[in-house]
Design a protein around this ligand. Structure first.
Ligand SMILES: [Zn+2]
Length: 100
């Protein structure tokens, strides 16, 4: 997997409640400079409110069709009939103590 780096600009809430993040891509050189170290090119990085964050991702049962925790669903529109969904979020890099 090839990663990338972004810096998040202004977050605005548009009509209809759609959250829009003004993300700008960074070159690796720019990202390294901001981070003060060389970042792992295989990961996704973001500078959110000036803090270095990294993506963590996981697979979980689909909330639309799964009946119990840890159980794969039977499939529905929401998950494309796979019974499970990929999920990801940003976490501060400092709490993961990622070695580079
Ligand atoms: Zn589903």
């Amino acid at each position: 997997m090839t990663g990338r780096a972004i810096v998040r600009g202004e977050t605005t809430i548009e009509a209809g409640g759609v959250i829009h993040h003004d993300d700008q891509p960074l070159s690796w050189e720019e990202a390294d400079t901001r981070a003060g170290r060389r970042l792992d090119r295989r990961r996704n990085w973001a500078f959110l409110e000036g803090k270095l964050c990294v993506t963590v991702s996981w697979t979980q049962p689909c909330s639309g069709c799964s009946e119990g925790y840890g159980r794969r669903g039977f499939g529905c529109d929401e998950c494309g009939y796979h019974g499970k969904v990929r999920n990801a979020c940003w976490v501060p890099a400092s709490i993961l103590e990622i070695e580079v």
